[in-house]
Ligand binder design. Sequence first.
Ligand SMILES: Nc1ncnc2c1ncn2[C@@H]1O[C@H](COP(=O)(O)OP(=O)(O)OP(=O)(O)O)[C@@H](O)[C@H]1O
Length: 332
Amino acid sequence: MSQTLTEDDRVGAPSGRETVVQVADLRRRYGGDTGFEAVRGVSFSVGRGELFALLGTNGAGKTSALELIEGLEAPSGGSIRVFGRDPYRERAAVRPRTGVMLQEGGFPADLTVRETARMWAGTLPRPFPVDHVLELVDLRHRARTQVKQLSGGERRRLDLAMAILGRPEVLFLDEPTTGLDPESRHSTWQLVRALLVDEVTVLLTTHYLAEAAELADRLAIMHRGRIVTTGTVAEVVAAHPARISFALPDGLRPEDLPALPGAQPPPAGAAPTSAARLTLYTDALQPALTTLLGWANGRGVELAGLDARAASLEEAFLAVAHTEETIEGGRR
Ligand SMILES: Nc1ncnc2c1ncn2[C@@H]1O[C@H](COP(=O)(O)OP(=O)(O)OP(=O)(O)O)[C@@H](O)[C@H]1O
């Protein structure tokens, strides 16, 4: 059942770019009408040349949503448009313009890397030269190696090569750097950045928050089938309190400290603070720090190991993972 997009849904991506992917109230139910609903009303849009990251706890519904947007299945509710078309019903028109990197590539194990790439290139209307793509993912030196002899990380890079071989305008990357060593992960990020410069639109799922922080123009954090929070990395992080931690000077108790501006309780999922090292939370970091340092200077005490920082994406993620409350359909 497909739901019609409202006028509001048709507006461009928040960045002001042309909207390439538009998802409205997307739903996916496994096992018929009474089965489990893995995606429960997800809405977002992605502009041309933008990278949108779908983050979430295990089983949050990221892959289930991504597969629908790739056009592999029809949604049980809601609507998807890729280049203004339905990726499932109009698959023949949409598929040649997309590149898909699934969690498991599943290429024949007995073929070599180059044979695999040539075979795949043969199915595409205007592929890049095979060796150029193998070079991009640093597999040229493995071109004569059978797929079954590749390491896990090399297979992942072959999956990426196959996803970009057809010069896609939209690229779906489902956990593209899982199993890659740090160097390969960084080269994959560089490659993705180069694709973004070329105006390729990317939808990414990842468990590496650093990857999302590095690459994403905007992101959504999913939990139990819904988007709980969405925005740029800075927007998502700004909704969570900053942290100040230090060793409590000898002879002082937490009650002796001044009241800090914007003081907040510890967020859900925060590590417990120890008696020796105090951690305080505030949504007004600069005034809180000024108050604390003024107090310490006035008393002539040193706050050993003082550390003050804005919330990280990881803290925002942990808070989401611990919350039961969700915003229906997400914010845009
Ligand atoms: N074919 C299926 N039949 C029934 N339930 C399924 C099926 N595929 C996935 N699910 C369920 O749907 C939910 C969402 O799974 P999905 O793989 O989309 O989550 P995810 O966010 O991608 O998780 P992960 O981070 O672990 O990859 C899970 O509870 C999962 O068990």
